[in-house]
Design a protein around this ligand. Structure first.
Ligand SMILES: NC(=O)c1ccc[n+]([C@@H]2O[C@H](COP(=O)([O-])OP(=O)(O)OC[C@H]3O[C@@H](n4cnc5c(N)ncnc54)[C@H](OP(=O)(O)O)[C@@H]3O)[C@@H](O)[C@H]2O)c1
Ligand SMILES: [Zn+2]
Ligand SMILES: [Zn+2]
Length: 355
């Protein structure tokens, strides 16, 4: 087991506990490691699902749990064999901190599909024997292969969410060939959804936002949507029947996906990135007529994450964030549940120094 040091963090002790200040053990950087002082960490809805053990069937939570996988900071120490980073560089870490590096998926740069990954939090940590702890902390130590370069021109608070909300929407948009001339729907204008709108617009697609929140209509247009549909309004929905090449569903809770499958054209695809607690019902006939397909997509690999960050640097794209101190994290979770955030909370980790 590696030598460790104490880092400050915010953790939950059970599915129903609030976050409190705590101390965790991080490994001292080994030869290939980069130690990063965390400056900002985004709050993903997955953090909430995990902290509250809502994914117990698939990924039960080990407590205490320190979430956070939208991490941006500065390099404070490097191991002897690190070549890509030096002390003082900006650096970022997303949802993965390691993988076997040898399987066909890793060889293809698709580490998100590796059968032996290490997720950034709540995953067995082979260095410490505990579980991994995420970015609600003052520092993190990650093997160089999983550390991303950050374009210097981007606002850092708004860059943090790119590491999950950004790559999770970028990857399926690219995979399904979203480009000029395609009609693309984005369902749910939250952290993921608003990044998807920015990307679909930047890629040149005709972009339609589906929202349950009337008060997000103006924002959707400002973020790059060509049209906005209030999904509770059946007439507004019916106007788009059979017209979409691709729909990305980024909803965090139970909802009717059949209503969106009906909006796809022949051979159209609906991809789920949202991961609600309970299974979603699918009407077979909705897929049969029109040979439509339903898919899912998890985060993204390291090369594609770097590609996305570089694209954001070139197009000056960041997340729209509400910057909060770590002490407000419990309030932030309650607001996230009410779809009341525009459009991502980004924790200013300097606030942790006060603990
Ligand atoms: N696939 C992956 O790798 C991956 C990665 C990250 C996150 N996720 C998952 O993706 C989902 C979204 O994450 P997020 O961080 O973007 O969450 P978020 O910021 O809370 O956004 C979710 C949005 O879904 C809509 N929504 C919420 N409740 C709804 C309901 N009952 N019916 C219909 N729409 C509803 C709301 O949009 P409107 O107000 O516009 O209706 C809300 O803003 C979560 O389940 C998360 O765990 C998956
Ligand atoms: Zn996430
Ligand atoms: Zn692998």
């Amino acid at each position: 087991m590696s030598k460790t040091y104490n880092a400050k963090a915010y953790s939950v002790a059970s599915a129903t506990s609030p976050f409190t200040s705590s101390t965790i053990a991080r490994r001292e950087p080994t030869e290939h490691d980069v130690q990063i002082e965390i400056l900002f960490c985004g709050i993903c809805h997955s953090d909430l699902h995990q902290a509250r053990n809502e994914w117990k069937e698939v990924m039960p939570t080990v407590y205490p749990c320190v979430p956070g996988h939208e991490i941006v900071g500065r390099v404070t120490k490097i191991g002897a064999h690190v070549t890509k980073f030096k002390v003082g560089d900006l650096a970022a870490v997303g949802c993965l901190v390691d993988s076997d590096g040898t399987c066909p998926e890793c060889q293809a740069g698709l580490e998100q599909f590796c059968p032996n990954p290490t997720l950034t939090y709540n995953f067995p940590d082979k260095h410490t024997g505990q579980v991994t702890y995420g970015g609600y902390s003052d520092s993190i130590v990650v093997t160089e292969r999983f550390v991303l370069r950050v374009p210097e021109n981007l606002d850092l608070a708004g860059t943090a969410p790119l590491l999950c909300a950004g790559i999770t929407t970028w990857s399926p948009l690219r995979h399904w060939g979203v480009t000029k001339g395609k009609k693309v729907g984005i369902v749910g204008l939250g952290g993921l959804g608003h990044m998807a709108v920015k990307f679909a617009h930047a890629l040149g697609a005709h972009t339609v936002v589906f929202t349950t929140s009337e008060n997000k209509r103006e924002d959707a247009l400002r973020l790059g949507a060509d049209e906005v549909v209030l999904s509770k309004n059946a007439d507004e929905m019916a106007k788009h029947a059979g017209s979409f090449d691709f729909i990305l569903d980024a909803v965090s809770a139970d909802h009717d996906i059949n209503a969106y499958i009906q909006l796809l054209r022949r051979d159209g695809n609906l991809t789920l990135v949202g991961a609600p607690e309970k299974p979603l019902a699918v009407a077979a006939f909705g897929l049969l007529f029109g040979r439509k397909s339903l898919s899912g997509s998890p985060i993204g690999g390291i090369p594609e994450t770097q590609e996305m960050l570089d694209f954001c640097g070139q197009h000056n794209i960041t997340s729209d964030v509400e910057v909060i101190p770590i002490q407000k994290v419990n309030d932030a979770y309650e607001r996230l549940l009410k779809s009341d955030v525009k459009y991502r909370f980004s924790i200013d980790m300097a606030s942790l120094k006060a603990e």
